[in-house]
Design a protein around this ligand. Structure first.
Ligand SMILES: Nc1ncnc2c1ncn2[C@@H]1O[C@H](COP(=O)(O)OP(=O)(O)OP(=O)(O)O)[C@@H](O)[C@H]1O
Ligand SMILES: [Mg+2]
Length: 512
């Protein structure tokens, strides 16, 4: 049998008329795409549109029902990720695919360790090779650190290093920057520019619209598994891309809604220190306020949240709730005190992949709202989960679906739904909109505003400055484990926040 002729042999990667279904879902329905040599092609679409599915078909993780792929003019039919890598197709997965108990070096070379004496890998050589790679990529990572001890952002960098360590023709990046801040995104973009030559190309999936302008040459839009259009980045406006993607216009220029003049302090944190990082962190959270937390990677925002809810030990400090001192030992106790905590790491601390969407939404409320597990309660739980799922437009055949079958952004929506059902006075959300599409983001912002309007208080940790500026009534900025300043909504700008976020506390103190 002769191979079918590719429609255009000058293209680097071609996808023609691909179909894929899952029970109850048509994930891809005649999808196509082409990647030219030497270009970065953006791929955008709403949560559940089918982006990751397409990438998983390309790399042989799933098998397609119909359609054709070509790589460099050759029909492409890979058997799995290793096979894909050997053919020059490397992927950065949306859900990080690292082995937590192995080191950075072991993860990067997994399955292709340099062998010594037939059997044993040479750890020394592996470390040296890794260091060389990381130096070349200018990534600040320790080859011998265990992956489970790394923040989500650092884990994402390991995935990036891994993908770039292959001699790839095409790198597929499925939301490579969801955990990165602007500085790190710029760093990744530099790496991409260095990677792209006249014989290579990148498919770049993102929900962060401004990145499309920064790094892509063209943008392909997918909606409900179908190809919509491909446009040149230079001539496209982001509004145009967004309306193609969600099928309607979205106003992304809104600013924080006015705070009510209710200055009741609902939570006061003072002198908070941890053995590792935090030094004397203090702030007040008012009723009905969205308090943003900004800073660079490692500034201590996640650590602050974790110390407050008792997930990490504190070495000093006090927490007062409505004027009463409390000691919190774990997240369950925090929840009992009316503090909901959404972790930045949904896979490790949030989502139960093998439970249904319904259970994932209702789980924190089971103890109180849905306590007696009678039939009535079950029904109430199902109804509440159903409502929340509809409110957030979680894309799933039903709430009985297991969480692991949801797309990344829809998994994130399910955890947000959990805290909406729970009815807490205080919500601490760490990167709540990570991986969520532009349209749904705006809906979540409106929901959070409504909660604040009802008198709930929200701490929003975010690496996306536009999100902080959009939402926060006040912004606490951290750097190197300390609070370097608090800005009102009227003072907060990209510049004023960045200045405080890069404030070198140690240098400042030496100078003083
Ligand atoms: N293994 C699976 N079993 C069942 N359904 C699945 C499976 N994988 C994906 N789906 C469904 O296929 C659809 C497309 O999902 P996909 O992960 O490709 O979306 P996506 O565009 O990557 O979204 P996101 O932006 O949220 O990452 C979704 O409705 C999802 O629930
Ligand atoms: Mg995806």
């Amino acid at each position: 049998m002769t191979a079918p002729t590719p429609p255009d042999p000058s293209l680097l990667l071609q996808v023609e008329d691909v179909h894929k279904s899952f029970p109850g879902v048509k994930a891809l329905d005649g999808m196509r795409l082409d990647l030219r040599r030497g270009e970065v092609l953006g791929l955008v679409g709403e949560n559940g549109a089918g982006k990751s599915t397409l990438m998983k078909l390309l790399t042989g993780i799933y098998t397609r029902e119909a359609g054709q792929f070509w790589l460099d003019g050759q029909p492409l039919d890979v058997k799995g990720v290793r096979d894909a890598e050997q053919r020059g197709l490397s992927i950065i997965h949306q859900e990080l695919n690292l082995v937590p108990h192995l080191t950075v070096a072991q993860n990067i070379w997994l399955g292709r360790e340099p062998l010594a004496a037939g059997f044993f890998t040479k750890p020394g050589r592996q470390t040296a090779r890794t260091r060389e790679l990381l130096d070349r990529l200018e990534l600040d990572l320790d080859p011998n650190a265990l992956v489970r001890d790394l923040t989500v952002a650092k884990q994402q960098m390991v995935e990036i290093a891994k993908a770039l360590s292959f001699d790839a023709k095409v790198i597929i990046m499925d939301e490579p920057t969801s955990a990165l801040n602007d500085t790190e995104v710029a760093q990744l973009h530099t790496l991409i520019r260095r990677f792209v030559t006249p014989r290579t190309g990148v498919v770049y999936i993102t929900h962060r619209m401004p990145e499309l302008k920064q790094i892509t040459d063209r943008i392909t839009i997918i909606r409900d598994g179908q190809y919509i259009d491909t446009i040149d980045t230079a001539s496209a406006t982001l509004d145009e891309v967004i309306s193609h993607m969600v099928g309607r216009a979205i106003d992304t220029s809104a600013r924080p809604v006015n705070v009510r003049h209710d200055r009741e302090v609902i939570m006061r944190v003072s002198g908070l220190s941890t053995p590792g990082l935090l030094r004397d962190v203090g702030f007040e959270l008012h009723r009905g306020e969205v308090l943003g937390f900004a800073g660079l990677l490692g500034a201590g925002r996640t650590e602050t949240a974790r110390a407050i809810v008792g997930a990490d030990p504190m070495s000093a400090g006090e927490i007062e709730l409505k004027g009463r001192k409390v000691v919190i030992h774990n997240a369950a106790q925090a929840a009992a005190l009316g503090i909901g905590y959404l972790s930045e790491d949904r896979k490790k601390y949030g989502l139960m992949l093998n439970l249904s969407v319904e259970h994932n939404i209702a789980i924190s409320s089971v103890a109180d709202k849905f306590s007696q597990f009678g039939f009535e309660r079950r029904r109430a739980m199902a109804a509440a989960a159903q409502d929340a799922s509809e409110l957030l437009r979680i894309k799933t055949p039903s709430v009985a679906q297991l969480a692991k079958y949801l797309s990344g952004g829809n998994q994130q929506k399910a955890i947000i739904a959990r805290w909406l059902v729970k009815d807490c006075d205080i919500l601490i959300f760490d990167e709540p909109t990570r991986g969520i599409d532009v349209g749904a983001k705006e809906e979540i912002y409106q929901l959070l505003n409504r909660l604040a309007g009802e008198g709930k208080s929200i701490i929003m940790i975010s690496s996306e400055l536009p999100e902080i500026l959009r939402m926060a009534h006040r912004v606490v900025v951290m750097c190197e484990g300390r609070v370097t300043g608090t800005l009102g909504a009227d003072e907060a700008t990209q510049e004023s926040i960045m200045e405080l976020a890069t404030w070198r506390v140690s240098e400042q103190r030496e100078a003083a």
